[in-house]
Structures are given as structure tokens and as C-alpha cells.
Design a protein around this ligand. Structure first.
Ligand SMILES: [Zn+2]
Length: 168
């Protein structure tokens, strides 16, 4: 995606995110309130209290093709188990109890926080375009860390790992 193209779509996507988060705000609850046992071994209490989750039948995705971004049509149609915007993530209701999925989305919460919305979206779009969903570097990082969580690796600090891996 060219810089110029990103300048045009960024306000549209940012606006859509604000509107979507506002619509779902009444249903958003802190991750800390869900009662998962293992997340606290990898995430600071402050993150678990401030990050919010919304359970939905289908996760909301920006109407990218309607914004002229036709090449992200596959991503738009993916029907993912979870998706993160800023400090809030959406999880498909039938996967609400999947602690590993919550772990994955929390990696994105930290990426959003460190990069800020503009850099996060630019990096995500660039990775998606060049490498596809699974090869997008921000996803590779989330899946790698999630695999360590799934393998029950001894507690580590996700925020520190993310910080170290993000190019700035
Ligand atoms: Zn992800």
C-alpha cells in the first residue's frame, strides 16, 4: 500500500473503529473479570484490568473493500475467532472460554499500545498485503507467543517480549 493510499484510508478505518467500539462499549468487560487462571502469569494486572473483551456472534471487520481496498477481501471474509482494536478485542461467542485465544488477542492489545493506532494499522496492512494473514509479522509474533503459552512454558512477561520484537 502506498503512503498516499494509506493517508486516504487511515481516517476511514480509524473512524470505523471509534464507532464500532462506541457501539459495543456497554457490552465490554475487563479481561480480569473473566476468571482465567493462567493469563496473570504472562500479563501485568494493569493490562488485564484495562483491556476489554466483547463477545459477539461474528467479529466486526472494517468494510475494507467498500473503502476501495479490494485486495483485503479474504481478510474481510475470514470470520476470525478474535480481533483487536486498541485496548478492546472481540471474541466469537462460541470461543469465549478459549484462554489461548484471549492470550493471542492480548498480544495485539500490547502491539496497539506500543505502536499507536496509525503505526499499528500501517504495519498490519503492509504485512497482510505482502505476506498474507498468517505471515503478517504482527500475527507471527502473536502466534509464536501463543504457542509458548499453549506449551505451558514457564511464566514470561509478554509486554517485554513484544517490546523487544517490534521494530521502531
Ligand atoms: Zn492475531
Amino acid at each position: 500500500m502506498t503512503e498516499q493510499e494509506f493517508r486516504v484510508v487511515y481516517p476511514l478505518i480509524a473512524g470505523w473503529i471509534q464507532k464500532t467500539l462506541a457501539e459495543h462499549a456497554p457490552a465490554a468487560r475487563p479481561v480480569a473479570s473473566l476468571g482465567f487462571n493462567r493469563l496473570a502469569q504472562y500479563y501485568d494486572e494493569k493490562i488485564l484490568v484495562s483491556a476489554k473483551v466483547v463477545f459477539v456472534p461474528r467479529v466486526p471487520v472494517p468494510p475494507l473493500s467498500a473503502m476501495g481496498l479490494d485486495r483485503f477481501r479474504d481478510f474481510e471474509a475470514m470470520d476470525a475467532g478474535g480481533i483487536t482494536y486498541l485496548d478492546t478485542y472481540f471474541v466469537r461467542a462460541n470461543q469465549a472460554g478459549d484462554e489461548s485465544l484471549h492470550f493471542h488477542e492480548l498480544v495485539h492489545v500490547i502491539q496497539w499500545r506500543i505502536l499507536g493506532p496509525e503505526k499499528f494499522l500501517a504495519a498490519y496492512a503492509d504485512g497482510l498485503e505482502r505476506f498474507g494473514y498468517r505471515g503478517c509479522p504482527l500475527e507471527v509474533m502473536a502466534y509464536d507467543l501463543q504457542a509458548r503459552f499453549d506449551a505451558r512454558e514457564t511464566a514470561f512477561e509478554v509486554a517485554v517480549e513484544v517490546e523487544a520484537r517490534l521494530p521502531r
